[in-house]
Write a protein of this length. Structure first.
Ligand code: ITT
Length: 197
């Protein structure tokens, strides 16, 4: 049984490969000859994850999963949220996104924030979603070189370093993505036991 991970983000592929382990084998978009941009037109993670998985499912007919992730900052009333990728406009630029957050949060005492991931799975049998949240806070300055996106400014609760300062194994043990994929894996083990060897 084949499943396609519908993402153009190589960092996500690396993290999910580590989170799920080597027994979890999935196809990439290029393996099914899907080279288009996947649209993300909606204002919820759930709807965007669903359209990504459905777009590729209708294209290739194989089981598909996609995920949409956002950083939700209390003091910015949930921004950048579902618009995390393009917060500072097109083309997508993580440094500019981080700079915009830092500028808007100058002088803010409430630094609380959370990352949320929603996975959407689409198969012939139906559609399912799985969520994971990681609570934390926005650092007062950028730190660290690992990870991607907003990792240099996000400090998960219970830690003093940002995701970008952490060993990737640690990030992948506690992250929003890890929590969402734990639910996904549990579901697959019960519904599609042949998929995870
Ligand atoms: P796909 O839609 O192709 O999967 P994307 O990069 O567009 O890839 P999202 O819309 O889900 O992915 O992600 C929005 C942005 O949020 C993304 O560009 C990153 O900058 C940021 N992001 C996502 N996951 C993150 C993480 O674990 N740590 C830090 N930033 C993250």
């Amino acid at each position: 049984m084949e499943f396609v991970f519908c993402t153009n983000n190589e960092h996500k592929i690396q993290e999910v490969t580590q989170i799920m382990g080597s027994n979890f084998v999935f196809l990439k978009l290029k393996d099914v000859h899907f080279y288009d941009e996947i649209p993300e037109p909606f204002d919820t993670l759930s709807a965007n994850a669903a359209i990504k998985a459905n777009t590729v499912f209708f294209y290739c007919g194989k089981n598909c999963f996609a995920e949409d992730t956002g950083l939700f900052i209390d003091a910015l009333l949930g921004e950048p949220g579902v618009y995390s990728a393009r917060y500072a406009g097109e083309p997508v630029d993580s440094s500019k996104n981080i700079q915009k957050v830092m500028d808007k949060m100058l002088g803010c005492e409430n630094r609380k924030a959370f990352f949320k991931t929603v996975i959407s799975l689409v198969t012939q049998e139906g559609e399912w979603q799985f969520e994971g949240i990681c609570h934390g806070s926005i650092a007062k300055q950028l730190s660290g070189k690992d990870g991607f996106g907003y990792d240099p400014i996000f400090i998960p609760d219970g830690y003093t370093q940002t995701f970008a300062e952490m060993d990737v194994t640690l990030k992948n043990n506690i992250s929003h993505r890890k929590k969402a994929f734990d639910h996904f894996e549990y579901f697959l083990k019960h519904e599609y036991p042949n998929f995870i060897k």
